[in-house]
Structures are given as C-alpha cells and as structure tokens.
Design a protein around this ligand. Structure first.
Ligand SMILES: C[S@@+](CC[C@H](N)C(=O)[O-])C[C@H]1O[C@@H](n2cnc3c(N)ncnc32)[C@H](O)[C@@H]1O
Length: 273
C-alpha cells in the first residue's frame, strides 16, 4: 500500500471508531431506559404497558374527538368539496333529515338510495322503533322532504341486509350506515354494505358510541339487543364494531366531533374503502 494511502486510512480510522462508540452508547441508553420503563410500568409488550385497567395513568381526561370536523354536515361538505361523489346510499333514513343534507351539500350526487324498514321491530330498543302507523307517517314525511331533489333519489322500504343483495358490488361512492346500532347488527351492515362501496369510495355512519356510553334520556334505550332478542354484546355497539373493522382491515377511520344530543356527542365515523 502506498504511504499516502496508509496515512489517509489511519486518519479516517479514528473518527469512524469514535462514531461507532457513540452509536453503541446511544443504543445502550435507549435499551436501558426502555427496560426501566417496562419495570416501572409492567410488562414490555404494548398491550401490557398501556394497561386500560383501573388506576392506569392514561385513564381519565376527555374522550371527545378533536374538533376538526365538528358535525356530520361538515364531513359531507369536506368530502364533497374534494372529490366527486355521484352515487350514495343511506341505511336507516327515517325522516330523511340527513338525506336532504346530503343531496344539498353534494350536488354531484345524482343517485341516492335510501333504505329503511319504516316498520316496527320486535327486538329494537331504540327511540326510532315507533308503532307502524307512525312509521308510515314518517315514510310519507321522508318522501315529502326529498321531493325538491326531483329524480336524484330512490327509497327502498326493506331490511338493510336483504336490500344490499340488490345493489351491485363496487357501485357506490358513499354509504352511510345509521340503522340498528347494536354490535352484531352494525357488523351485519358493514359486511353487507362495505363491498358495495367502490375502491376509493367512503364508508361512513352515525353514532360512534358503544352501548355502555349512551347517556341522557337515551339511557332508557338498550343497544345491546340483537334483532332475534339475544344479547348482541353487553357493552359494545357502533364504536367497537367500526373500530374493530378498521383495525382488522388496516383502514384509518375518522370521527367527527359529534352532533350534540343533550350535550352528549353522537359522532359520525368515516373511512376510505
Ligand atoms: C336513527 S334512524 C335514521 C336517521 C337518519 N339516518 C337521519 O340521520 O336522519 C334509524 C332508522 O333505521 C331504521 N332501521 C332499523 N333497523 C333497520 C333494518 N334492519 N333495516 C332497515 N332499516 C332499519 C329504522 O326504521 C329507523 O328509521
């Protein structure tokens, strides 16, 4: 080796060694602090370290979402300003309050399908479960409310899951789920309607809360009951069904700040398909 090469090799060796020593020392510090955190906070797995049991340091505080999108109307405006939605379905229409917001805020939607039983159900402990003559009046009211939107809408007076069978997969830009809120029914609706949304479309819904979280005068209703009368889940409802679906399918889901009902938030959720 030439002398000049030997000298420049030696000159390089010392800084390289120094950098190596610094990197190893920093790694050791990170490992030591992680293990001391694990010692003081329980096991080292994420599930063990962030315990949600009693006395956990992360419990308490506010669970309100950040007020980026305040209401579901803000959600509609934000989505429709950014991307052209043409076809939509809403599952659980009732008086068509949300339907008329959707058709107003999203003028590009030329095909709205509203699905609702508009009928009393045996096991449905919810404020929406009124007697059949009231249901028929509500159906008429919905049609009346949608009249100004001429030929952009269609209503199906049918059960959610059986109605989904009539809709081709991947044919909708936007689906909003707001029918039964018990855990298994929300899962049923997600399974039936998520495939109807085209890739890149938006699946959304109302009342991102669990059965254990309903409050105010709504505590008289019981979102733990499945349509066959069995217990869907003792505590879970919309929040769990939606967040579990998002986790299982690797999707981000966003939640509005919430429509306030007796000062309690009933947020909407939405995710890209
Ligand atoms: C909370 S209301 C919908 C409110 C409406 N989305 C709005 O925001 O203006 C729930 C509706 O879901 C309907 N519903 C409940 N279970 C259903 C089912 N299995 N199939 C179709 N509609 C259902 C009820 O008849 C009721 O009208």
């Amino acid at each position: 080796m030439r002398l000049s090469t030997k000298l420049s090799f030696r000159a390089l060796l010392l800084p390289v060694l120094l950098v190596g020593v610094v990197v190893i020392a920093m790694g050791a510090v990170v490992l030591l602090s992680a293990s001391s955190f694990a010692r003081t906070h329980g096991e080292s797995s994420a599930a063990g370290r962030i315990r949600l049991g009693g006395g956990d340091q992360f419990r308490g505080g506010s669970r309100l979402p950040l007020p980026v999108l305040r209401t579901r109307e803000d959600m509609l405006t934000a989505i429709c300003a950014r991307e052209p939605l043409r076809s939509a379905a809403e599952i659980g229409v009732q008086r068509a309050f949300f339907a008329s917001e959707l058709l107003t805020r999203c003028p590009g939607i030329t095909s709205y399908l509203g699905v609702d039983l508009w009928a009393t159900q045996a096991s449905y402990d919810d404020g929406a479960n009124v007697d059949n003559s009231t249901q028929s009046r509500i159906y008429d009211e919905a049609r009346e409310r949608l009249k100004p939107f001429s030929n952009r809408w269609r209503l199906l007076r049918q059960d959610s899951v059986s109605a989904a069978a009539q809709v081709p997969d991947g044919s909708l830009d936007f689906v909003y789920l707001d029918a039964r809120h018990d855990y298994r029914s929300v899962q049923d609706d997600i399974i039936a309607w998520a495939p109807k949304v085209r890739t890149g479309g938006v699946l959304a819904g109302h009342d991102y809360v669990d059965a254990s979280e309903i409050g105010g005068s709504w505590t008289q209703y019981n979102w733990t009951q499945y349509k066959d009368g069995s217990i869907s889940h003792p505590t879970k409802a919309v929040r769990s069904a939606v967040s579990e679906f998002a986790d299982l399918t690797g999707r981000q889901h966003l939640v509005t700040y919430g429509d306030l009902w007796e000062n309690l938030p009933y947020p909407s959720w939405f995710m890209r398909m």
